[in-house]
Design a protein around this ligand. Structure first.
Ligand SMILES: C[S@@+](CC[C@H](N)C(=O)[O-])C[C@H]1O[C@@H](n2cnc3c(N)ncnc32)[C@H](O)[C@@H]1O
Length: 409
């Protein structure tokens, strides 16, 4: 079905897409900006909404900028590259306000101004798909690979390794997936590959190129972890472990949490979804005792190693799902830090948090929707005092937010 139509873009949805109405029906137009007049093709019609694609921009927004990436029209790696960075920040500031207002269903404090990042070259990690001799991200909603030669989100060292991989897949068929991670502050490089290529080819080709080479879960070169430096601390990070991806704003995120911890004079703290122990280690000088809980065993191994490496004495780490381990905690706790994945907190975790009657919850979230849902579930017992948005993911619609909640009853 193809139908060309001229629309005026009213605003952006939470994914940064333009919103227009066609015969009264909401129509999402990716890469269109508020106030623009665009000629669109309706590419899909659903019962409640349409999806359109820009054919021409008849009146352009002053927030539009020249797109610097040649892959942008087909790549799913970022969504806001056409929007000036200051306007992206305004969009995210409004997005968190709108979502919390609509879904948190509680009195909001004044939301702090969003903390910005360097908009380019900020990512220290990428996972790429490989088919035949193409390597890249998937195109939106397909398993078509966009064969990237550049990406303005990635640390330039990652691009060097992508170019090596391109040379490799020209010679050898059978690589399926590549994860590349760079250690902040050390420039150590981890290359984690999956596929059916004979191991010797991989070993020969990538020796001298990377610090840690892993193939089908086997370490071929270096160690299973690379070293990351963040402020005064050092962290080992293994392939399965999570590490914050933004090189420029991770220390600001952790400093925001440290400031909250100091202001509330936290003493006995749970660090839930603790990954490699970064938050616990960063707050350790300011509190009495910390218990970290994390489901990925390799991340907990890193966390224990990191504790020793940084000579930290006041943390215990436990491996397991928060929803299963939290009920075993019997120590008296005054503050709980949660930093869950995008799906937010399990219902049973929220119930347990309420039952534990802790004074403070510091909620670090990378998805405002699940954050708002969880705040709504906590609202009868906790008042939302601080909302600090941080742009950890420039040029995408994603954002981070740190909230402080205080017990009211
Ligand atoms: C957003 S990351 C935060 C990690 C860490 N706080 C940091 O700043 O590096 C979320 C972490 O939660 C872990 N995770 C996911 N589901 C979990 C669960 N049900 N219980 C415990 N940990 C979980 C993931 O493995 C990941 O390490």
């Amino acid at each position: 079905m193809e139908e060309n139509i001229i629309v005026q873009i009213e605003k952006q949805d939470h994914q940064g897409r333009g919103i227009a109405h066609v015969n009264g029906k909401i129509t999402f137009v990716p890469k269109a900006l508020p106030d623009e007049i665009v000629n669109i093709k309706l590419c899909s019609k659903f019962s409640k909404f349409n999806e359109g694609q820009i054919i021409t921009i008849n009146k352009s927004s002053s927030c539009r900028t020249k797109v610097i990436c040649k892959h942008y029209s087909i790549c799913g790696g970022c969504q806001l590259l056409h929007q000036k960075y200051e306007a992206q920040l305004d969009f995210k500031q409004q997005k968190i306000k709108d979502i919390l207002t609509k879904y948190a269903k509680t009195k909001l404090p004044t939301i702090n101004p969003i903390i910005k990042s360097e908009p380019f070259y900020y990512r220290n990690k990428v996972t790429l798909h490989i088919i035949d001799n193409k390597i890249g991200y998937y195109s939106p909603r397909t398993h078509e690979i966009v064969d990237i030669t550049t990406c303005y989100l990635l640390n330039p060292l990652i691009l060097k390794i992508i170019n090596k991989l391109k040379a490799f897949i020209k010679q050898h068929q059978g690589l399926e997936k590549a994860m590349i991670r760079i250690g902040n502050g050390t420039d150590e490089i981890m290359l984690n590959l999956k596929g059916t290529v004979p191991l010797e080819y991989i070993q020969t080709f990538f020796t001298d190129q990377v610090t840690s080479l892993i193939y089908n879960n086997k370490v071929l070169l270096g160690k299973s972890s690379i070293l990351v430096k963040l402020n005064k601390y050092n962290f080992y990070v293994s392939a399965p472990a999570f590490f914050q991806v933004n090189v420029f704003t991770t220390d600001i995120l952790y400093q925001t949490i440290i400031n909250m911890i100091k202001d509330i004079a936290a003493e006995n703290v749970l660090d839930l979804y603790c990954g490699t122990g970064t938050i616990g280690i960063c707050i350790s000088p300011y509190v009495n005792k910390i218990i970290g809980i994390e489901v990925t065993p390799e991340a907990v191994d890193n966390a224990k190693e990191n504790q020793r490496l940084n000579n930290i004495k006041n943390i215990d780490f436990m491996v397991g799902k928060v929803e299963e381990v939290l009920p075993q905690i019997s120590s008296v706790i005054d503050t709980i830090i949660v930093d869950p994945p995008r799906n937010g907190l399990h219902q049973s975790v929220i119930k347990k948090l309420i039952d534990m009657s802790v004074q403070n919850i510091i909620y670090t979230s990378c998805d405002p929707m699940t954050l708002a849902r969880d705040i709504a579930l906590l609202k009868d017992n906790y008042q939302l005092l601080i909302v600090q948005p941080i742009d950890m993911f420039p040029n995408t619609y994603h954002m981070e937010c740190v909230c402080l909640l205080k017990r009211i009853k």
